[in-house]
Write a protein that binds this ligand. Structure first.
Ligand code: NDP
Length: 515
């Protein structure tokens, strides 16, 4: 098998009239499919349930996107059964055959690219380019993992030893549970589902409740690509019920989770506890929140820094784990930089995602409540320089918000807000900037704008984050180019989209025969 070498999918910007028109058409066609019902998929069977989850449009919450079946405990048990049944043969498929099914899935996803983008626009309020980046990343994850998996098929080299035949080879772990967040509802769910199955595991995948329709589309694609029944089971349901049940289950071999610190800690603890009948130590991969800092020093290109700050802070309304939520500025350029940032931020257009504004709504009523409560806290902790309010309109629209004069230990400088709120911290010099940047419990992304080589080199060593960027925005990691994962309480640093990621889902077996 000689697949085309992996290259990241280009992200559509919709500048050409053809792309613009294709997206308009996709939005119309997808709208005509609102209100459909989506089943669970267990062992290849479509299962409808009495309980349901209704997905709505955050730009206009009275609009229903679709209705999903909702799993309970019985369905979770059935899904684990189906996955273990499928594992008995999937684990022995030649790696080329497994990879081929996945490469086909990537191709189907590519064919349906505009349509999937349209679902993301409606279901979670991404503007067109943000939706395009989500779909491109999902395609990238599938191709990258399908191709990377080939490198493990012949095992690992061992040192020859007289009188013995020694070998070491990789086998999959078994059945795992995938639990995904709503903010990259296609890319992250796809990456976390496809990586383990690429190397022979089977999974039960639970999407976030806010994004069950785009999740169902992934499973339509896997089915069309010919993935055998039971290899990936689709199980939307409540995180605290069915998610927690799956995590503690004795027949769950590993948990692949991306989400908040709070839920991640709960999963960490539950997965570590041995359930009756359990015969393995569960592996728990936890990729969690961030409080990402961007440093700008007095030598920086201020126009570029202002542009990168605004992109990193307000892209997808700040609802990215990598979003810049702390701007740490050296005194000498504070006022000049702030002038440019405020000017750019004032110009951002907020509105229904379908109209492709700079910023759409935040994801849900719950998100809106959380973000507005932090804005209230910010009024006590800093000086509101811009925004700080809910905007007119039927959706969950919040004005891009900037707080200045924020102390490094303020709550809005320490807690993840996950919305369009930037806290600006003024510092005397670069040394202090670095200290402040490292002064949180998180460690996901970070950035430095500087023209001083020795400062960049020092930050390379000392800025303790999993993904560090110099003189550019701090969001938008590309699969295979910037392996992604956080330090400290940002996670277990699994480095999704990295060269070693698949090893998380494999174990090595060493076999010796005496001649
Ligand atoms: P949550 O932690 O609230 O939810 C994530 C998933 O966990 C959902 O599917 C949720 O289900 C489920 N869940 C909730 N409670 C439990 C439980 N007790 N046991 C098992 N599963 C449970 O995160 P959000 O969806 O709000 O996502 C935003 C968070 O994700 C942010 O903190 C963000 O930083 C982080 N994130 C991290 C990334 C990274 O790579 N480090 C990337 C993207 C996001 P339900 O929907 O039913 O609540």
């Amino acid at each position: 098998m000689t697949p085309e070498p992996y290259r990241p999918e280009p992200i559509e910007t919709f500048q050409s009239p053809e792309a613009f028109e294709a997206m308009r058409k996709a939005l119309t066609e997808v709208r005509a499919q609102f209100g459909r019902h989506y089943p669970l998929i267990i062992g290849g069977e479509k299962v409808h349930t009495q309980a349901t989850i209704t997905s709505t449009n955050p730009s206009n919450p009275s609009e229903m996107i679709g209705v999903s079946a909702k799993a309970g405990i019985a369905e979770a048990d059935a899904a684990l059964d189906a996955a273990w049944r499928a594992f008995q043969s999937w684990k022995d498929w030649p790696q080329e055959h497994r990879s081929r099914v996945l490469l086909k899935a990537a191709q189907i996803m590519k064919r349906r690219q505009r349509e999937l983008e349209a679902w993301l626009v409606y279901e979670i309020g991404k503007n067109w380019v943000e939706a395009a980046a989500d779909v491109a990343e999902a395609i990238d994850f599938i191709r990258y993992y399908a191709i990377s998996a080939l490198k493990y098929k012949d095992g690992a080299p061992v040192v020859p030893y007289p009188g013995e035949d020694n070998e070491a080879f990789y086998i999959p772990l078994g059945v795992g549970v995938v639990i995904a967040p709503w903010n990259f509802p296609l890319a992250i769910l796809t990456g976390m589902t496809v990586a383990p199955i690429a190397v022979g595991n089977c999974v039960v995948s639970k999407p976030a409740e806010d994004t069950v329709v785009i999740a169902a589309k992934l499973f339509e694609i896997l089915e069309e690509a010919g993935l055998p029944a039971g290899v990936a089971n689709y199980l939307p349901g409540s995180g605290s019920e069915v998610g927690a049940y799956l995590v503690q289950h004795p027949r769950t071999r590993f948990v692949n989770f991306t989400g908040s610190l709070e839920v991640g800690l709960r999963i960490h603890e539950s997965a570590a506890r041995l359930s009756p009948g359990q015969v393995w130590l569960k592996r728990a991969f936890l990729e969690l929140g961030g409080k990402d800092g961007l440093i700008v020093d007095e030598t920086a290109d201020l126009a570029a820094a202002a542009q990168a700050t605004v992109q990193s802070a307000y892209g997808f309304q700040g609802q990215k784990c990598s979003a810049a939520s702390r701007l740490i500025v050296v005194d000498a350029v504070h006022d000049l930089l702030m002038e440019q940032i405020l000017h750019r931020t004032e110009g951002l257009i907020v509105g229904p995602a379908e109209e492709n504004p700079d910023m759409g709504p935040v994801a849900s009523a719950q998100q809106e409540k959380t973000v507005l409560s932090y804005i209230e806290i910010g009024q006590q902790e800093g000086r509101l320089a811009l925004g700080g309010r809910k905007l007119e309109g039927s959706g969950f629209f919040i004005a891009p918000t900037v707080f200045e004069r924020v102390s490094p230990d303020a709550r809005i400088a320490q807690e993840e807000i996950f919305g369009p709120v930037l806290s600006v911290i003024r510092v005397p010099d670069f040394d202090t900037a670095l200290e402040v940047a490292n002064g949180t419990r998180y460690g996901l992304t970070g950035g430095v704008f500087s023209r001083k080589r020795e400062r960049l080199e020092r930050a390379r060593r000392e800025f303790h984050v999993g993904n560090l960027y110099f003189n550019r925005k701090i969001t938008g990691a590309l699969v295979g180019v910037q392996p992604f994962g956080g330090f400290n309480l940002s996670g277990t640093d699994t480095k999704a989209g990295g060269p070693d990621y698949l090893l998380n889902f494999l174990q090595m077996k060493s076999v010796t025969e005496r001649f």
